[in-house]
Structure formats: C-alpha cells, structure tokens
Write a protein that binds this ligand. Structure first.
Ligand SMILES: Cc1cc2nc3c(=O)[nH]c(=O)nc-3n(C[C@H](O)[C@H](O)[C@H](O)COP(=O)(O)OP(=O)(O)OC[C@H]3O[C@@H](n4cnc5c(N)ncnc54)[C@H](O)[C@@H]3O)c2cc1C
Length: 356
C-alpha cells in the first residue's frame, strides 16, 4: 500500500487549491474527489462541490464578463466539456460571466497540470489515531497518508419542496451574498426563509437590492441573537411573517419565481398566505460534511471542524488540516475556500518538513 505525502479529501475550491499548492511543492498530492452516486446527489455532496451547482459566478476575482469560448475550450479537456454548456459560453460575440461548473473544472485542470492524482470515490471512514493516517475509501481500498487536508465542504439545508427544486438558480437560492445582486431581484420583493442569525443577516443584506424583504419563520419568535433581531426589526424594508412555512414556491419557467404560498404552523385551519416575490432565499441552516470522520476531529458547537491554531488550518489532530466551508461558519465563499486550501497545503508542507 503506497504511503502518500498529502491526501486532500474534497473537490471544491478548497480541495483543488490545496492540490495546486501541494503539487507545486513537489508533494505529489492525491485528491479523493467524492463519488458520483445517487446518495451524494440526494445529500448535496456531489464531486466538484457547491460551485458546480450554480450558474454564473460573478464575485470570483479574475473572471470579468468576456468572450470566454476559446479559453475555456482549450483549458478544459473534451471529456469534461459538460462543464461548459452552450449557455455558459454565450452566443457568438456575447460577453458572459464564468459558470460555476466551468470555474471549478478550471481549478481541477490546473491541479492536474501540475501532476495531482485523483480518485473518484468517497472517504467513508478515517483512522487518525496513529501515523501514518489511514483513510478507508468507498471502493474498499485503504489510503495511507503522512498528512491530510479535509476540504469536504458543507451542504445547504433545503426545504425539500418540488417547486424549490424547479426554481433553483431561477429565483431560489441558498446564498444571499452570491446571488442577491442579480438584476432579477432589483427593486422587487424577496422572501427569506428562516429565523436564525444567517436568515437575518441575509435579509439585511438583501434590503440593499430588494424593494422589500419578507422573513418567513415557522415560529412566533426568532432564534437569532438579540442584537441581530433588533437590527432587523428596526429595518423599515424588512417585514416578518410569523409562524409561516412555505407550502409552494410559485412561478413559471420563463419568469422564474413570482411568489410564495405560505402555510400556517399555528393551525391547519388558518388560510395560506400568498406573497408576491421575485426570489426565495432559503436560510434554514447548513450541514458541514463531517459524518465520515466519525468523531476523529474535534468539532465546534455548530458541527464544523474546529481549528486549533489562530490564522492556521490545524485541527485537533497534528498533521490533519481543514480548509473551506467544512471549517468556515462565517464567510462561505469560493474565494475564501480557495485561500484556505492554499493555507492548508502550506501548513501541511511545513508539518512534513518539521517531521522530516
Ligand atoms: C447554489 C450556490 C451558489 C453559490 N454561488 C457562489 C458564488 O457565486 N460565489 C462564491 O464565492 N461562492 C458561492 N457559493 C459558495 C461556494 O460554492 C462555497 O463557499 C465553496 O464551494 C466552498 O468550497 P469547499 O471547497 O469548501 O467545499 P465544496 O464546494 O462544498 O466542495 C466539497 C467537496 O467535498 C466532497 N466531499 C464531501 N464529502 C466527501 C467524502 N466523504 N469523501 C470525498 N469527498 C467528499 C464533495 O463531493 C465536494 O466535492 C455558492 C454555493 C451554492 C450552494
């Protein structure tokens, strides 16, 4: 069984950036990308991560709108061309932003160009109790590693409505910072679902663009901190819809979301409420992808991997590093995950040097 210098678990921006750095440091990294299975589809943990599930990414530096065709077609291999659908290239002569799937494929290709090796399987369990670390992989094999970067991301919790699925990327979003500035929301009403800090932060952020932001919460009081709740209640653009849950997101394929029908949680007799909205932002929580760790790393109270050294990516196990959304409760952006991946690879490299 080969002994790896660095094994990177996860194929989002954190994983591929860690791989680029580790490969260029001659560490010959192995990326365990995750498996393309119905179970991962259901759980929202498909290979290539969250970016692959969105359309245009407008806030990743280095990708202003432009005629992307030639560059993408030469940088991305033919067999991965699913990542550049025709609409992702724009019509001839049209300028367009980078599609999430194309962006993450570019990161993968860059890592491969420097010699990164990949396995398209899941890590199902780990043994971090002794070195070298042992990772059990879904094809039944065990991978031994001197150091590990965990970059398994997080999955947004969704409502589970068929209409939510229908309008994802067409008015339904789980990321206000990513999508809030889209023209479709400008000066039009929006509904945020949730009652915690994230829901209220999202609502406040969205008031920059929307004419009005409804916050629909299933209870009659908020889970959010008092300070966030008071700020939101003072904001004249925010209106709370108490004890309400979405029953159906309304719209058409051409227009996307046009409204939401909300059921009462107080009584089934109470009539449903219909509000007009150009979008629905689901902010009911997220789940860091840590189940496969089986408690091998210390977690925070919110279930993310706990970092143990300020400004570094170290975890509770020496030689295991965490990068990206799996350890990020604050920023949750692709560029931050990528930066984290770079830090984790540099931390792993330093660890390997120190251990000789
Ligand atoms: C719809 C949507 C739109 C977004 N839009 C933007 C945007 O416009 N701009 C922006 O900056 N950010 C955006 N984000 C957020 C951004 O995508 C994330 O912050 C970023 O992808 C996090 O990167 P990551 O590498 O930490 O994890 P992820 O991208 O979540 O990748 C995690 C990877 O780990 C793999 N994995 C999980 N478990 C295992 C396992 N046991 N074994 C092996 N592999 C495993 C998964 O398959 C996946 O490949 C968006 C997110 C969503 C959901």
């Amino acid at each position: 069984m080969a002994l790896e210098n660095v094994v990177i678990i996860g194929s989002g921006p954190a994983g591929w950036t860690a791989a680029i750095y580790a490969a260029r440091a001659a560490l010959n990294p192995l990326v365990i990308e995750g498996a393309l299975t119905p179970e991962n589809q259901e759980a929202g943990t498909l290979p290539m991560g969250q970016l692959a599930t969105t359309t245009v990414v407008e806030n990743y530096p280095g990708f202003p709108v432009g005629e992307l065709g030639g560059y993408l077609q030469t940088a991305i291999d033919e067999e991965r061309s699913y990542a550049i659908p025709p609409e992702g290239l724009g019509a001839p002569g049209e300028k367009i932003g980078i599609y999430g799937a194309a962006l993450i494929e570019l990161m993968r290709k860059q890592a491969l160009n420097f010699g990164t090796r990949t396995v398209d399987e899941d890590v199902v369990s780990v043994d971090f109790g002794k070195r070298p670390f042992a990772l059990s992989v879904s094809n039944g094999e065990t991978v031994l590693a001197r150091s590990v970067v965990v970059a398994t991301g997080a999955s947004a919790r969704w409502l589970g409505l068929p209409s939510e699925e229908r309008f994802k990327n067409n008015g339904v979003s789980a990321c206000a910072v990513c999508d809030g500035a889209a023209p479709r929301f400008l000066n039009r009403p929006i509904v945020v679902i949730g009652g915690g800090d994230t829901a209220l932060e999202d609502a406040e952020y969205l008031t920059k663009f929307a004419s009005k932001v409804y916050v629909a919460h299933r209870r009659d009081e908020l889970r959010a901190s008092k300070a966030a709740a008071e700020r939101a209640k003072r904001n004249p653009k925010i209106e709370f819809l108490w004890s309400r849950v979405p029953a159906e997101i309304l719209g058409t394929d051409a227009e996307g979301v046009t409204g939401v029908r909300l059921a009462s949680t107080r009584s089934p007799e109470e009539p449903t409420l219909e509000v007009e909205a150009s979008g629905v932002f689901v902010a009911i929580g997220r789940r860091p992808n840590v189940a496969f760790l089986g408690g091998a790393l210390e977690l925070t109270e919110h279930g993310s991997i706990k970092r143990t050294v300020p400004f570094q990516t170290n975890t509770s196990v020496e030689g295991v590093f965490a990068a990206g959304d799996v350890a990020d409760e604050r920023y949750r952006q692709a560029i931050v995950a990528a930066g984290d991946g770079a830090r984790a690879a540099l931390d792993a490299e330093r660890f390997l040097i120190e251990k000789g």
